[in-house]
Design a protein around this ligand. Structure first.
Ligand SMILES: C[S@@+](CC[C@H](N)C(=O)[O-])C[C@H]1O[C@@H](n2cnc3c(N)ncnc32)[C@H](O)[C@@H]1O
Length: 218
């Protein structure tokens, strides 16, 4: 899988995979999208002080990085799964620290130097557990997560990530009242979520996208 760095419209980096014709983030703005979808409509909606987060598709680590930066009033335990880790050379050329603030550089480095499979304290408020596995093969904790950042490649590029088997797994992993957050607003996906017992809420999407989805486990 050949990956290359690109610049999105808000000036922040992302990665493009030519074989799939797929980007890791919205080309309208990687940081803008991650903040809108996962931070302001995800993390910030959670009123608890101790929050367990699961991320599907760790990728560049941008969602983990932003969550850490916004976590000062919460204790966050962050488990992130990734089947195909991004090579270090690309990670080091992402411009997220430059765009967000040089004072966060040590956090960015710690996130990426944390060993896979070993829960690692990144700050006093944030513990990261990076898991290298395909979600299909991973035995996820049941009734444990308050939030799932569902950040797989889109249904066009990777339909197998959006099927009911994976969505049922996500449902099982959430606590009651827990929320699955995603940039995707595809009709079939939302119908499948409803059929699994989620309450489905459509929220305005980030620039360039009409809607995004929050699915709450009843
Ligand atoms: C849209 S990108 C994620 C973007 C990421 N959250 C970020 O901010 O950079 C989707 C990610 O899912 C990963 N992925 C693809 N198939 C997977 C699988 N079966 N299990 C776990 N991760 C997978 C990809 O390698 C990629 O890193």
């Amino acid at each position: 899988m050949k990956r290359r760095l690109i610049l999105t419209e808000d000036g922040s980096s992302s990665i493009y995979i030519e074989e799939m014709n797929e980007h890791y983030h919205s080309t309208h703005g990687a940081i803008q999208e991650a903040n809108h979808v996962f931070i302001f409509n995800g993390l910030k909606r959670i009123k608890k002080n101790n929050v367990n987060i699961f991320e599907l598709g760790f990728g560049t680590g941008l969602n983990a990085f932003l969550t850490l930066i916004h976590s000062s009033d919460k204790m966050i335990s962050y488990d992130a799964i990734e089947a195909f880790p991004v090579e270090n050379e690309l990670l080091q050329n992402l411009n997220y620290v430059k765009e967000i603030g040089g004072e966060f550089d040590s956090y960015f480095q710690k996130i990426h130097s944390a060993k896979w499979e070993i829960p690692t304290e990144i700050s006093r408020f944030f513990e990261l557990h990076k898991i290298q596995s395909k979600i299909q093969n991973y035995n996820i904790k049941a009734n444990h997560y308050d939030v799932i950042y569902f950040d797989a490649f889109g249904p066009r590029a990777q339909s197998e990530m959006w099927n009911k088997v994976i969505l049922q797994k996500m449902h099982d992993a959430l606590v009651s009242g827990g929320e699955l957050i995603t940039y995707c607003a595809q009709g079939q996906f939302k119908r499948d979520l409803k059929s699994l017992g989620f309450e489905v809420i459509a929220l305005p999407g980030p620039p360039g996208k009409r809607e995004m989805t929050v699915a709450i486990k009843k």
